[in-house]
Design a protein around this ligand. Structure first.
Ligand code: PBG
Length: 325
């Protein structure tokens, strides 16, 4: 036998040399939840180890992330008051706006990304304006643009629209540019599927739709070419980074999208992925560290440049130890 693939697997040092996928903590983003109130840190019951923080306690959570080597966070807000138009999303003293100010004050070098959406802020829990039972696309665009601008004015380094309205990237880009923020990047949740994997998040953010589902705006999971279309459209509208979401069960889309666009590709390992792994790990049924590592490397191997995950702190640690990476 001349050709023996096992030759290059013979030692850890050799295996490391020939690795095809190399990763670094600089590509990790940690999602965090801010809520109204004082001095509270509430564990999310379906996501053990993840919390909702009041603004004054947010520093505890961010500090842990920074200590572990994560220097980018994505902020979600849980307002006290919701209305039909989601007006707390762009309020100057809104929850995300306050959280941004606090984070910036305590961590001047932290890279702050915000999720731009209305579902946490609307009384009906949909991601846009309702016209009877229809989520209206075009009247939602100015609200999203205004929300993105208010995040940037409050200190966000990057905005990430997740609503899946058509034309939102262009609307946000125009609004940011008009106000001089032409250097603030947009990471678009471009290839976002209507997925049961978001279940725990909706508990965490209190954002489940009051009626119906999100299938008229989020994508049908049977489709692949449609995802490529969404990615190309968003790049044309000015998206600087394209996201695929969820990550698990959608790694094929990471590879396909990466082939046709030339901006960086991110993927979001969402709440349901975290909840499943955590639950099985707590039961002693799986090896959490190895499962988390394989899921992450699977996403990077598929082509992800950026990985958004509730396991960011642990992964940063695994990279540091050389367990993976
Ligand atoms: C807001 C939004 C959602 C997630 C990110 N942004 C929920 C949804 O679309 O219903 C999901 C994140 C996760 O599950 O971890 N639209």
């Amino acid at each position: 036998m001349i050709i023996r693939p096992r030759r290059l697997r013979n030692s850890q040092s050799l295996r490391k040399m020939v690795r095809e996928t190399r990763v670094a903590a600089s590509s990790l983003i940690y999602p965090m939840f801010a809520m109204e109130g004082e001095n509270k840190k509430e564990e999310i019951s379906s996501m053990p180890g993840q919390y909702r923080y009041t603004v004054d306690r947010l520093t505890d959570g961010i500090g842990e992330a920074v200590d572990s080597g994560v220097d980018k966070i994505m902020l979600f807000g849980i307002p006290d008051e919701k209305d039909a138009h989601g007006s707390q999303a762009f309020a100057e003293d809104g929850i995300v706006q306050k959280a941004l100010a606090e984070a910036r004050k305590n961590f001047p070098d932290l890279y702050l990304i915000t999720d731009v959406c209305l579902c946490e802020y609307t009384s009906h829990g949909h991601c846009g304006m309702l016209h009877s039972h229809d989520v209206d696309n075009d009247s939602t665009l100015p609200v999203l643009a205004r929300t993105a601008l208010s995040h940037v004015q409050a200190g966000a380094d990057m905005v990430a629209p997740s609503d899946m309205m058509d034309g939102r990237v262009s609307a946000i880009r125009t609004e940011l540019d008009k106000n001089g923020f032409y250097n603030t990047p947009i990471m678009s949740y471009a290839v976002k599927y209507a997925s049961a994997f978001y279940g725990p998040f909706r508990e965490a953010a209190d954002s489940a739709p009051a009626f119906g589902d999100r299938k008229t705006y989020q994508m049908d999971f049977h489709n692949s070419r449609e995802g490529i279309r969404e990615a190309i459209l968003d790049v044309k509208e000015g998206a600087d980074i394209i996201m695929i979401k969820p990550a698990i069960a959608y790694n094929d889309m990471i590879t396909k999208v990466k082939e046709v666009i030339s901006v960086p590709v991110a993927t979001y390992s969402v709440s349901g992925e975290y909840a499943m792994v955590k639950a099985a790990a707590q039961n002693g049924w799986i090896d959490e560290k190895r499962i988390v590592s394989e899921m992450a490397i699977g996403a990077y191997r598929a082509g992800a440049d950026i990985y958004i995950t509730y396991y960011a702190k642990e992964l940063a640690q695994y990279f540091k130890e050389g367990f993976i990476g």
